[in-house]
Design a protein around this ligand. Structure first.
Ligand code: ZN
Length: 240
């Protein structure tokens, strides 16, 4: 059987002498794996399809539960992401999020569109890449069932408060009158940054650094998964 699907390569690993196995994020079937035969040989036609960030229309041959790429037509390689370390880790954060939170056969059309638009903004847009990545993570968490509860104190609804507390279990923020023992106090600037990211407003470099540090903490505490690319971004923005 043959199957035609649009998808983004999220990772590629060497397999046998000349082959690679790629993981491809598709809107209909989630993250699927497929082999790319002979792709390490010089002049291989489908070499571009073994590179992370490659957005293409793939043609697969399907036998049982195994897929082989038999054709691919490139839509975009998001090349500028390879020329700037910070942009690269921003894009890699999006791919790693997909790889860790989207399973095979998990239909994810909204997340797919979000990832494509995020890679476009990172590669070709004017907005600061760290701000784009903060916005991406807040939305991606929502589509993946780990939504943050943004919009005032989750208990009393108050939107103006001086001290802010965060609860991992509810993903909610609380005011100084409603906070519970097990909550962690966070910097009010972090809260402001997360609110802006959720609204799709551009964050200052300082706000992005605060937002990404918080999102890194939340993803790990909530899901026990670590986004290594996000940790690298944290290292690159430590002195902001
Ligand atoms: Zn409250």
């Amino acid at each position: 059987m043959e199957e035609k699907l649009n998808g983004i390569v999220v990772s590629a690993t060497d397999y046998r002498e000349n082959d690679k196995i790629i993981n491809v994020f598709t809107p209909e079937r989630g993250v699927i794996s497929a082999s790319l035969k002979g792709v390490k040989k010089a002049g291989a036609k489908l070499k571009f399809a073994a590179a992370p960030f490659c957005l293409a229309e793939f043609m697969f041959s399907v036998k049982g539960d195994k897929r082989t790429v038999i054709g691919a037509s490139l839509t975009d390689s998001f090349y500028p992401l390879r020329e700037d370390l910070k942009k690269f880790y921003c894009g890699a954060t999006a791919l790693e999020f997909v790889k860790k939170f989207v399973r095979e056969e998990m239909s994810s059309p909204e997340l797919f569109i979000l990832v494509v638009n995020t890679l476009k903004d990172l590669a070709y847009g004017k907005e600061d890449c760290l701000s784009v990545t903060s916005e991406f993570l807040v939305s991606a968490l929502k589509f993946s069932g780990y939504a943050l509860n943004i919009g005032g104190c989750l208990s009393c609804g108050k939107t103006e408060f001086t001290r802010v507390f965060f609860d991992v279990a509810t993903g909610g923020f609380y005011c100084e009158e409603c906070f519970g023992k097990e909550m962690r106090e966070i910097n009010p600037e972090t809260y402001t940054a997360i609110v802006k990211a959720e609204r799709g407003e551009t964050l200052s470099p300082r706000q992005s650094a605060f937002a990404l540090r918080f999102l890194n903490y939340y993803v790990t505490a909530k899901t026990e998964e670590t986004l290594n690319a996000l940790k690298e971004l944290g290292r690159l923005t430590e002195n902001v």
